[in-house]
Design a protein around this ligand. Structure first.
Ligand code: ADP
Ligand code: MG
Length: 485
């Protein structure tokens, strides 16, 4: 066998692959046109060119980074689903920036595996050396050498606001509008995992970049540490410091990571002071409030608490419903209200899991072209739901609720109708409906053989009261959380 022949085979094969892919692609385009409409298609999708397939991944090219990010955010999942439906072996779609007529240009992000490149490079050398470098929009350049790219899906527009997060949202908006205002610097966002801290930080970044006025650096505390260590190793700490201190807005995510990392903490403290003193904005997130972050140096903790501290609370049922509604609408898949309610009842841990469950449902619906139903949901999400199955008993609910309002347990099934016992009883019925899989008649029976319409009335009454009376809503949520844990 000669090398020449081998080369010929490879070329022939590549050409054959190309033309087959082109046929699939034109079919996908036809579908996309119908799905998104001619205008959307021409604005965003027509500019895609098809690249090679590598194992289960196909590469698609777009002419600019902005287009790439947009298409990835808006159509990434859909493109994946459509390709998979056309060619089952393709399971992933990779979107890259390249001129249609040139070799692809590697995207530049902090996730690129370049740990040994000194951080002081104003631009990673990879880009300068790449063929056909692409003119990028101005905002994409902003500190991309220093920080992580922002996820284009995480904007204020896509953030659903409700009681548990409205304060944090308002603070984030305020900082995006007027960075470095007194009283809002630093902005310290805290809350449990998957509740939207990172989303809000990216939204601040996106908003500021949209205005094109300032330079923004966003990175996780972990990344901050790695950058710092890399700078020490390559003896470029001065450059690292200068770079950090030249930004207008510095955002550090998941600060709790710095606990126990004394040197990095020290460095962060100095950066922090230098920036605040120079009138720059700092935004920090953590899983706890500054005062609860034991293990952080006291002086840092004190300074972190000096600006605005905003917490994101656990989600309420209402917020979960709103989020699901927004995400279902955005996906274009029709998800019945019953299914959304079911999910909001069952998956209460955090938004990330909720979103994951919904995405899986939507992917299934798209893949198999079947409507989303309650049965299909239980089937598709079998494993997730099992993990979230709380197995709370009605007896437990009655006990906890009676304790909470200081009434006798027997009053849960008594005929007494005084408000002081009737209201807690209604709450217990409401929670029994939410937290167990018992039917209305079954629940009624456990409450002194009451009729199912009584339970129905209790559920709607409690729902109504929760909307009108935040203190009452908080009580009920507290009980729910206690029972769930
Ligand atoms: P955290 O950083 O607090 O752990 P993230 O910001 O990563 O959480 O949020 C997890 C996921 O949930 C993200 O996909 C995010 O977009 C989504 N999410 C969280 N809160 C909301 C919200 N209020 N509205 C819409 N999406 C949300
Ligand atoms: Mg996060």
């Amino acid at each position: 066998m000669t090398g020449g022949l081998e080369g010929y085979d490879a070329v022939a094969e590549a050409n054959a692959q190309k033309s087959v892919l082109a046929i699939h692609w034109s079919r996908i385009c036809e579908r996309l046109k119908v799905e998104v409409g001619e205008v959307e298609y021409r604005t965003w999708l027509r500019q895609i060119t098809v690249g090679p397939v590598d194992e289960d991944e196909i590469t698609l090219y777009l002419p600019t980074r902005f287009l790439r990010d947009w298409v990835r955010g808006q159509y990434g999942d859909r493109l994946g689903t459509l390709w998979n439906a056309e060619v089952p072996a393709i399971r992933r779609v990779e979107l890259q920036v390249a001129r249609p007529d040139a070799a692809p240009v590697e995207s530049v992000g902090e996730d690129a595996p370049t740990p040994d490149i000194p951080v002081a490079h104003a631009r990673p050398p990879a880009l300068a050396a790449a063929p056909a470098p692409v003119e990028e929009p101005r905002q994409a350049e902003v500190r991309s050498d220093l920080a992580a790219p922002l996820d284009p899906r995480f904007t204020f527009d896509t953030f659903v606001v409700g009681k548990p997060n409205e304060f944090a949202y308002a603070c984030a908006r305020r900082v995006a509008e007027r960075p470095s205002s007194p009283g809002f610097n630093p902005l310290f966002l805290y809350g449990g995992v998957g509740l939207g801290k990172t989303h809000l930080m990216h939204a601040i970044g996106a908003e500021l970049l949209r205005e094109g006025r300032v330079s923004v650096a966003y990175m996780s505390a972990e990344k901050f540490m790695y950058r710092f260590i890399a700078a020490i190793r390559s003896q470029s700490t001065m450059e690292f410091k200068e770079q950090l201190r030249s930004v207008d807005v510095l955002m550090i995510d998941d600060l709790q990571f710095l606990i126990g990392k004394d040197n990095t903490q020290e460095e962060f403290f100095h950066t922090f002071n230098a920036l605040v003193d120079a009138g720059r904005q700092i935004v920090v997130s953590a899983d706890k409030s500054p005062s609860d972050l034991s293990g952080l140096e006291d002086r840092l903790r004190t300074r972190l608490g000096c600006g605005m501290v905003a917490d994101i609370h656990a989600t309420t049922f209402e917020l979960r419903i709103s989020i699901l509604e927004a995400k279902a609408t955005a996906s274009g898949v029709m998800v019945p209200a019953k299914v959304l309610e079911f999910l909001a009842h069952k998956i209460t841990s955090n938004v990330r899991e909720l979103e994951g469950a919904l995405n899986r449902l939507i992917a299934h619906a798209n893949l198999f072209g079947r409507p989303v139903t309650l049965e299909a949901t239980q089937d598709v999400l079998h494993d997730i739901l099992k993990a979230h199955d709380r197995r709370v008993t009605i007896e437990e609910i009655q006990r906890k609720v009676a304790e909470h309002w200081n009434i006798r347990l027997t009053d849960m099934s008594s005929a007494r109708r005084a408000r002081a016992v009737a209201r807690p009883r209604q709450v217990a019925m409401y929670l029994a409906k939410q937290l167990t899989s018992r039917s209305l008649p079954e629940i009624g029976r456990k409450f002194g053989n009451r009729d199912h319409t009584t339970v129905m009335h209790a559920v709607s009454r409690v729902t109504e009261l929760m909307e009108q009376d935040p203190a009452f809503a908080e009580d009920v949520e507290l009980l729910r959380r206690m029972l769930e844990s």
